[in-house]
Design a protein around this ligand. Structure first.
Ligand code: KG4
Ligand code: ZN
Length: 338
């Protein structure tokens, strides 16, 4: 095996994005994501529709990735796929496709944990991204997860804290829904927040253990606040949308930063990365950069294209598994939960 020339083809299908990426020695040859627009009209991901769309998209997405990378399947060294966590029906499409490819090509199969992949996206070899040194902390924030993780090696990770109810992405999306914004509402809250006053309204922050999170109470608080506002003035949302979004975002970012500060204090590790869909948020990106100046942290913010679900992150995780000869078998099954 020539590790100097390792080509990994990876498939990601854990939620509503059908993605395929091809990496050569950690560098991107292609990174294709087909986002399923169908869920927008339902205000959230409909699992049955997601798996059907994955079935329709997967062949064209893989073909596009091969074409863009300008390689043939025979030159690929390993096939990586997202084993979980995620939606079972969606995971099964990617897992079955990856297994078929590995079997047909007689290439090693690499099973990747989606959350590990979000974190390892920091090791994709692109000039704009600096790779963290071990150990580092990662605030992993997505539509399904909210965790503070201590990473001591590529696959040696310890979850120090996590959400007890909603994920932070859900908090953004559900707040957006209450404001009448389409799914996924996180990016829209971010957009409007940049035009508003973050201190316009105050929301009560949850009181949970020092490294754990809770967002369900905040969601209820926002619901009551909006109901009261609309009762007094039917145009309350339209007239104050920017301030409401800015205040919601400010509250969520303060919660995330408070917990991250606790984790830095407890571990003494001042290298802090963020990962996952919500790491695209301008508020958390700015807060992290400020922490470099104020607290002397070294921070790692991923490229935008590696924040929301993509297959390049699965490919880089697969690459390190390949180097460690950590191969999956045909008996390896998709897992909705880990
Ligand atoms: O990692 P991801 O693509 O999928 C999961 O694994 O869950 O994360 C999607 C989540 C959604 O909740 C979406 O609203 C949120 O990331 N998101 C954002 C932003 N961009 C994506 N939330 C806040 N601000 C953003 N700019
Ligand atoms: Zn994700």
């Amino acid at each position: 095996m020539n590790s100097k020339n390792t080509i990994i083809l990876a498939i990601e299908s854990s939620c509503d994005d059908t993605a395929c990426a091809i990496l050569k020695n950690g560098q991107i040859l292609s990174n294709i994501v087909d986002n399923q627009a169908i869920h927008e009209e339902y205000g959230g991901v409909v699992p049955e529709l997601a798996s059907r769309a994955h079935q329709q998209n997967i062949v064209p997405v893989v073909q596009m990735a091969l074409k863009k990378a300008n390689i043939t399947l025979e030159t690929v060294n390993g096939i990586a796929f997202t084993q979980g966590p995620g939606l079972m029906g969606s995971l099964l499409v990617g897992a079955s496709f990856a297994k078929s490819l590995a079997l047909a090509l007689s290439k090693p199969l690499l099973a990747v944990n989606h959350m590990d992949a979000h974190i390892l996206a920091h090791f994709i070899d692109v000039p704009e991204q600096e790779k963290p040194d071990f150990p580092f902390l990662c605030l992993t924030i997505s539509g399904g997860h909210t965790q503070i993780v201590k990473i001591t090696d590529y696959f040696t990770m310890e979850v120090l804290g996590k959400t007890r109810d909603d994920a932070v992405g859900e908090a953004f999306d559900k707040s957006a829904k209450l404001l009448g914004l389409p799914y996924p509402g996180g990016p829209l809250i971010d957009k409007y927040a940049q035009l508003g006053n973050p201190k316009a309204y105050q929301f009560t922050k949850p009181k949970v253990g020092d490294l754990d999170f809770s967002f369900s109470g905040l969601k209820t608080g926002i619901l009551r606040f909006i109901e009261k506002g609309v009762q007094e003035n039917p145009d309350f949302i339209q007239e104050n949308l920017h301030d409401i979004c800015a205040s919601i975002q400010y509250t969520i970012v303060s919660i995330l930063m408070e917990k991250t500060k606790n984790a830095v204090q407890q571990t003494g590790i001042k290298s802090v990365a963020i990962a996952g869909g919500v790491s695209a948020n301008s508020g958390i990106r700015n807060a992290l950069k400020n922490a470099e100046q104020h607290f002397g942290w070294k921070t790692y913010v991923p490229n935008f294209e590696f924040t929301t679900d993509n297959a390049a992150m699965v490919a880089i995780a697969g690459y390190y598994k390949y180097l460690g000869k950590d191969f999956a078998t045909m008996e390896t099954v998709a897992k909705a939960r880990f």
